[in-house]
Design a protein around this ligand. Structure first.
Ligand code: DUC
Ligand code: ZN
Ligand code: ZN
Length: 473
């Protein structure tokens, strides 16, 4: 064997399928050997009593995304990806967002400029299709899909992003034709607008009314409609950030009918409830995200869905807005109506530790499921597997040396994002990344991010392993 650059020795190597005691040999940034007693290398990492996991793939996160209304995201590609590696995530897939009236290609070019020279780990882009003009449908989208942007998100709510059912059908048809993969934000826009108007007319503008304005039925109806549209076009879709039981019922119903409906959830639907929106002094705004967190019973249904296979991926939906900031949650320096507060919470760094502690340690999911949900499935869903998302010969050496014993009390001061709060402040968890490697390079070690700014590379995506055509008998 030619000399290895690095050996990770004596660890417990975990993939979506296996748990193995072996060393990991790395050469030129890739995994080249998995065996006991590998020969000495110039660089060695002792992983005794540690897990060796594939680096997390966060397939739903937002960073440096241009916003309307004077709102600015707190994390750019530098701070966002630093936060990612400190939490054990080595690949991120944020969104190049088209504006209505704007070009999709221009959005992609702009987003490249934001990422290049800043990202510390590898990244791909989803597209957001907000204006499916004939040029977008017939030219831009097919060309972009063939150039490695193989997934896109569509919205059923938010005035500046939402598509009509007719437009959704047009976009789904392009996905079917090109083999692309569609993520759907499922909430009924008119129901929300109607609720917001009535609540504001009654002076009910505090953060807690965000949840009142977006009850479960609003998500359930849109989830069902998205499924129906996908069935009509005969194309797989993934429902993003599923928050509770009634949406899960719709997804299970579709899955039981044999439809290719996939689903994602996020830590906020496992760890927060709508009571978190009802904190004093406007602090509830910190937990405003859409869909909103629900209640304990809904949390349990989301946990069940992670255990029983309804969900394929756990993403952060990291949407970083500072709290004490006129460009963030306190938009224009005021405690404005819940409806003006930017939607989203930070979570790219806490995604893996939270799921490990409450999922694996509490016996809800096994180690293989943890790896599937956080790394392997997102890599497969978005056409990055097996380069990313697994520990195998030839895969990129994107790895996390994970200390399953380490107890950590989460404080915002220890996190690496550029947000001035975490919704998980004070929560004590067990299990934390010790070392993170990206293409064989140590980019994080025990609290310190070591990665050089801009070392991350763009990843063109192949077609989704989950969007392959159905086999017909
Ligand atoms: N909801 C979204 O749809 N995107 C970003 C954050 C959020 O809360
Ligand atoms: Zn969304
Ligand atoms: Zn999002």
């Amino acid at each position: 064997m030619t000399e290895l650059d690095l050996v990770i020795r004596q660890g417990t190597v975990v993939t979506a399928a296996d748990v193995m005691q072996c060393d990991v040999g790395i050469k030129a940034g890739r995994i080249v050997a998995l065996a006991a007693n590998l020969p000495q290398a110039p660089q060695e990492i002792d992983a005794t009593d540690r897990l060796v996991l594939p680096g997390g793939v966060d397939a739903h996160c937002h960073m440096d995304q241009p916003m309307s209304d004077g709102v600015v995201m707190a994390d750019d590609f530098y701070t966002g990806t630093r936060s990612a590696v400190a939490g054990g995530t080595t690949t991120v897939i944020p969104f190049a967002c088209q504006f209505k009236g704007g070009s999709l290609k221009a959005a992609v070019e702009d987003y490249h400029q934001r990422a290049t020279g800043n990202a510390v780990v590898d990244y791909a882009f989803h597209l957001i299709v907000a204006d499916p003009t004939p040029t977008v449908l017939d030219e831009e989208l097919p060309e972009l899909i063939r150039s490695g942007y193989t997934s896109f998100k569509v919205y059923m709510t938010y005035d500046d992003l939402k598509l009509s059912d007719r437009q959704l059908l047009d976009v789904l048809a392009v996905a079917r034709q090109e083999g692309a993969f569609v993520m759907v934000h499922a909430e009924n826009s008119d129901c929300i607008a109607w609720m917001v108007q009535r609540l504001e007319a009654l002076g009910k503008t505090a953060p807690r009314y965000h949840a009142t304005a977006r009850p479960m039925v609003v998500e359930r109806e849109a989830t069902h409609r998205a499924i129906a549209l996908a069935e009509l076009v005969d194309v797989p879709i993934l429902i993003v950030h599923v928050s509770g039981a009634e949406a899960v019922e719709q997804i299970q119903w579709a899955q039981n009918r044999g439809l290719r409906i996939y689903a994602e959830t996020c830590p906020q639907y496992l760890f927060l409830t709508e009571a978190d929106l009802d904190q004093p002094n406007f602090e509830g705004a910190k937990c405003i995200c859409s869909p909103p967190p629900r209640d304990k019973a809904n949390q349990q249904v989301i946990w069940d869905g992670l255990c029983n296979g309804v969900f394929h991926v756990l993403s952060s939906d990291h949407a970083p807005f500072r709290y004490d900031d006129p460009k963030g949650k306190q938009i224009c320096g005021t405690h404005s109506s819940f409806h003006a507060v930017p939607n989203g919470i930070p979570g790219i760094e806490t995604r893996l530790p939270l799921l490990f502690s409450e999922g694996v340690n509490k016996g809800r999911i096994d180690l293989n499921t943890f790896v599937s949900l956080t790394s392997t499935n997102p890599a497969k869903l978005y056409g990055l597997y097996p380069r990313k998302g697994t520990i195998a010969i030839g895969a990129d050496a994107d790895l996390v040396i994970w200390d399953p014993q380490r107890q950590v009390t989460i404080h915002n001061a220890m996190l690496h994002h550029n947000v001035d709060y975490t919704p998980y402040e004070g929560m004590t968890i067990q299990g934390y990344p010790e070392i993170t490697l990206s293409r064989g390079e140590v980019v994080y070690r025990q609290g310190e991010v070591l990665a050089a700014r801009g070392r991350g590379a763009f990843l063109p995506c192949g077609l989704s392993s989950f969007a392959r055509p159905k086999l017909t008998p």
